[in-house]
Design a protein around this ligand. Sequence first.
Ligand SMILES: *[C@@H]1O[C@H](CO)[C@@H](O)[C@H](O)[C@H]1NC(C)=O
Ligand SMILES: *[C@@H]1O[C@H](CO)[C@@H](O)[C@H](O)[C@H]1NC(C)=O
Ligand SMILES: *[C@@H]1O[C@H](CO)[C@@H](O)[C@H](O)[C@H]1NC(C)=O
Ligand SMILES: [Ca+2]
Length: 280
Amino acid sequence: MIAMTTKLWLLLVLTKTVSSFKEESVNFVCTKTSLNETKSDLAEIIDLKRRVTKLEEKRNTSCGTLQPSVFGKDCLELFDKGERNDGVYRISPDDGCPFDVYCDMTSGGWTVMQRRKDGSVSFKRTWTEYAQGFGDLEGDFWLGLNNIHRLTKDGSQIYIHLQHYNGSWLYAHYKDFTVNNAATAYRMNVDKYGFEGTTPEIFGYHDNMKFSTHERDNDNYGTSCSVSLHGDSGWWFNACYYLNPNGMYNFKGTGGLSYYSGGIIYMKNSVIKLKRNNSC
Ligand SMILES: *[C@@H]1O[C@H](CO)[C@@H](O)[C@H](O)[C@H]1NC(C)=O
Ligand SMILES: *[C@@H]1O[C@H](CO)[C@@H](O)[C@H](O)[C@H]1NC(C)=O
Ligand SMILES: *[C@@H]1O[C@H](CO)[C@@H](O)[C@H](O)[C@H]1NC(C)=O
Ligand SMILES: [Ca+2]
């Protein structure tokens, strides 16, 4: 016979063991649960981050309550819908933020990307200004690289008009022109074999160049084309140019609005227009 005290002692030990086992298993389950929670928290954080990036992307190209779908994609679409008056229209080439452009309906729905007509707007501008655009859509302006990218990323023609000081106009027309996104420094592609015009072929030299401004040198010249040419303007400079429509206005010297053909030919005015390619 086991003494009563021993029995009591054994019972006590047993109870303790059982309860400590229970406690441990509770702990084990808790640990497992909290691991699961950590895992799902992590997944939630990753998902949130992804959603924030998406929202940021959307915010970067959209404008709150404006409905992009109610605007035309570009001047060509507005022309096709029957618009025939030259002037300022609001467009959205994609599902992003709409913006205003000047439409040349007279020649069939071209979207104007640059104009020099009286020199009232300085083209000595920063990278940010060239990216966002500046000037007056009815007068002298640069449409902005972000907008030009959105208008040309799916393929576009470009029509470059240059006016002599005596008033006569020349043109250079290229059937394929694309400006890539900000991450590429707005690298530009133009197909020189798709050229026709009354100027010499002057834009192919700039093919595949990144954009450069006076404070951001992406050109192939030893120093900065923009700064060295004293124009401080932005362009797809190579080393340095055959075409310089953003050069200084009304200035027949280094850095003036001009093109190169055996020598520099200074020009008074310019208009550069885009039209989406329907092919493909
Ligand atoms: C932890 O997650 C797994 C798989 O999702 C599940 O089978 C298990 O029951 C969870 N454990 C706890 C303690 O919640
Ligand atoms: C949105 O624009 C800001 C400011 O230009 C930039 O820092 C950010 O990286 C952009 N975000 C995305 C997702 O494009
Ligand atoms: C204007 O000047 C250019 C270049 O010198 C010349 O080719 C053109 O014929 C001139 N036009 C007029 C209308 O004088
Ligand atoms: Ca350089």
